[in-house]
Design a binder for this molecule. Structure first.
Ligand code: ZN
Ligand code: MN
Length: 477
């Protein structure tokens, strides 16, 4: 375990693929999941004499990221060559930005309201992919030249949990701005994490870089493992070596890849094929206009203006699509608290369950349907379970709530005569539950209400059922 005296210092470099149509310096499609080496040309495979040309769309998205993260966009930035040799890098160098990044500073706000500062944001190209297996290595250059932004945090994170939240919040902002898909399972967002430990007041410890963590779980596990490894070295009087390590999720351990290289080893120099980028005010204005309300601002507004709880506002704003749906529903007259409940519970669950299913309803139609559904429950026409059935169907096949309610015969039954028959049957079937209620166990009535709801296919008015059951049980006593 981590000794009480050691403190952890964590910094993260996030590489996020930009959601452009084409690659950073050529016209090849920027598309995931194609046949190996399908999307390649002389530029992204590094053929002699081929010249890169900057994709303005990628620059625009990187600028948008800078604005969204409140960074200072630099009037002049520049591309450099970073040299190293690897099979997935045919040019022998990566085009990136070294001493003149696109943006400096910026921040990511955590749920606690604290900010994690950013060092810089720069543009660079992705490398290809080396696939190792069975004594041979295959290289897929389909990803070579895909545009990336690298977002470098300050070393201000102090735990694995905080590091994961930082990545989640950053990903949220990139998704809101339609800057990156952020899909970690597709490699669209990868993390390099720097970890060191020191005694409070003492100089910072030697840092170890954990390379290419491509899921939040790996980020958490790798940091936790590393903190334990370093603290046991340090408390045992040993030193931590500066090195680059990878994480093996099967073993749950980090492993040494190589000693750490520094800037000089890469022989950076300005790329003579690419002119410096002078930031254009028109581009800045266009991107500022394209920037949606970001999650932190929306959370704030939902709590202060719409009366949502911190929890609901947080759940809702973790997904821009749900957020936009919520705002449409409120605009169409839906009660904010109820709309938030339906969306964060039922709509979110349905969406998560059928990721690939096409969306039958336009967002605004769905928002309208939700408002109608909330009204139906409100005025007692539909029970909540019936409304849930209708919503599940709406999401699959479309349609309108009121019409569905009728065609599925799901109108709520509140008539005491009808409810009475169901209630008596439930009591007869489960005398133990009735006895438990009589003995003072109020919760036992839930089983009886559940039985009535099932018998009525969700049509019985649960409030009426509870009242009736209570009085029937008292009568029996
Ligand atoms: Zn290409
Ligand atoms: Mn990088």
């Amino acid at each position: 375990m981590i000794g009480p005296k050691l403190e952890a210092i964590i910094g993260i470099e996030v590489h996020a693929q930009l959601a452009t149509a084409t690659k950073l310096f050529c016209a090849c499609p920027n598309r995931f999941g194609c046949a190996p080496n399908a999307n390649t040309c002389e530029v992204c495979t590094g053929q002699p004499g081929a010249l890169p040309v900057l994709n303005e769309g990628a620059l625009a998205l990187a600028v948008r990221a800078g604005l969204a993260l409140e960074a200072e966009l630099q009037p002049l930035s520049r591309f450099d060559r970073k040299h190293y040799f690897y099979s997935d890098l045919p040019k022998g160098y990566q085009i990136t930005q070294w001493d003149r990044p696109l943006a400096r500073g910026g921040r990511v706000e955590l749920g606690s309201g604290e900010s994690i500062g950013l060092e810089r944001i720069h543009l660079e190209e992705d490398a290809g992919k080396a696939l190792h297996g069975d004594g041979e290595t295959l290289v897929d250059l389909g990803r070579a030249g895909v545009p990336l932004i690298e977002v470098v945090s300050r070393p201000e994170l102090t735990s694995a949990r905080e590091a994961c939240e930082y990545v989640e919040r950053l990903r949220e902002i990139l998704r809101y701005g339609r800057i990156s898909s952020g899909d970690m399972e597709k490699g669209a967002l990868r993390c390099d994490v720097n970890v060191s430990m020191h005694h409070p007041g003492a100089p910072l410890g030697t840092r170890v870089e954990l390379k290419n963590l491509n899921s939040l779980r790996h980020v958490r596990e790798a940091i936790d493992f590393e903190l334990e490894r370093q603290s046991s070295l340090l408390t045992g009087g040993q030193t931590v070596e500066q090195e680059t390590r990878s994480y093996d999720p099967v073993a749950g351990a980090t492993r040494r890849m190589r000693g750490k290289e520094d800037g000089a080893d890469y022989r950076y120099f300005p790329d003579p094929d690419l002119p410096p980028i002078a930031l254009d005010t028109g581009l800045l204005q266009r991107e500022a206009a394209a920037l949606p309300d970001l999650p932190a601002a929306r959370r704030e507004r939902y709590i202060s203006e719409l009366g949502l709880s911190d929890y609901d506002a947080d759940v809702l704003t973790r997904n821009r699509e749900l957020c936009d749906l919520f705002e449409d529903a409120v605009r169409l007259g839906g009660d904010p608290k109820r709309a938030a409940n339906w969306i964060t519970n039922d709509v979110a669950a349905a969406r998560a369950g059928e990721k690939s299913a096409p969306e039958v309803l336009e967002r605004e139609e769905l928002a309208g349907a939700l408002v109608e559904l909330i009204e139906l429950v409100e005025d007692g026409t539909a029970s909540t379970p019936a409304a849930r059935t209708i919503l599940a169907r709406l999401l699959r096949r479309g349609g309108r709530p009121r019409a569905l309610l009728e065609s599925l015969s799901l109108e709520q039954v509140s008539d005491e005569t009808d409810l009475g028959a169901w209630c008596r049957a439930a009591l007869a079937q489960d005398p133990d539950a009735a006895a438990a209620v009589r003995a003072g166990n109020d919760k036992a009535i839930g089983a009886l209400i559940g039985a009535v709801m099932r018998a009525s296919s969700g049509r019985a008015d649960p409030g009426g059922v509870r009242r009736l059951l209570t009085s029937l049980i008292t009568e029996q006593a």
